[in-house]
Design a protein around this ligand. Structure first.
Ligand SMILES: Cc1ncc(COP(=O)(O)OP(=O)(O)O)c(N)n1
Ligand code: 3NM
Ligand code: MG
Length: 207
């Protein structure tokens, strides 16, 4: 998998003048092969309809489509996986519904959560938040680069760092030993999602 994980936000895409499908396609074209569709305000019908469209794009580029929060949407469209947080459906229930061939990512915000996740058969953990961000309002306290580095030494899973990561700090984040980096605004909020993705990938490669 690529070390860059795109997490979408329709509003941020819209403010930059794009729709989500365009941003996903441009990012995949530029080399992202790990996309999370994150929609907080859509009805289940609209979420499923959008997920079908995005899945057609990710499949064209051999990228994985992960659905944020809504396991029923992931099951309905046969997505590659689901990402759940500490306040979402439990890992055990999600695994029961998704089956063992699908990807399940779980957010962890601190050492106790990471230790609990070590006992679960999750496919990766999303470590959050690294820096402050305006994209998600209910974040926990910032771990910073050193907090991330410390958690990376104590996990048995692949790790994706998220929260406030952009072109100015992505190299510091990658140098912690994290598996990869997940971003929203650094791709969705730009005039050219293709160029932004290319730059982020290049920074990762040169870190
Ligand atoms: C890769 C990745 N890591 C963490 C999160 C955050 O998930 P969660 O805590 O459930 O918050 P919401 O995204 O649902 O608001 C994530 N989505 N992706
Ligand atoms: C989806 C998400 N989860 C977070 C957490 O802290 O759990 S922060 C976040 C959004 C990250 O957006 P940006 O890359 O624009 O900062
Ligand atoms: Mg969630």
């Amino acid at each position: 998998m690529s070390k860059l994980y795109l997490v979408t936000d329709s509003l941020i895409c819209q403010q930059a003048g794009h729709n989500v499908e365009y941003v996903v396609e441009q990012a995949c074209k530029a080399g992202v092969n790990w996309v999370q569709l994150r929609e907080k305000d859509l009805s289940i019908e609209d979420f499923i309809a959008l997920a079908h469209k995005v899945l057609a794009i990710t499949q064209m580029y051999n990228a994985k489509l992960i659905i944020n929060d809504r396991v029923e949407v992931a099951v309905a469209v046969d997505a590659d996986g689901v990402h759940i947080g500490q306040d979402d459906m439990s890992y055990t229930q999600a695994r029961e519904l998704m089956g063992y061939t699908k990807i399940i990512g779980l957010s962890v915000n601190n050492l106790p959560e990471l230790t609990t996740a070590n006992a679960l058969d999750v496919d990766y953990v999303g470590i959050a938040s690294i820096f402050s961000t305006t994209t998600k309002l209910d974040t926990t306290s910032e771990l910073g680069v050193e907090g991330l580095r410390s958690l990376c030494t104590q996990t048995k899973h692949s790790t994706y760092a998220i929260g406030g990561i952009n072109q100015t700090n992505i190299q510091q984040v990658i140098q912690t030993g994290v598996t990869g980096v997940a971003v929203v605004s650094a791709i969705c909020g730009t005039a050219s999602p293709y160029d932004a993705t290319r730059t982020l990938i290049q920074l990762i490669e040169n870190a």
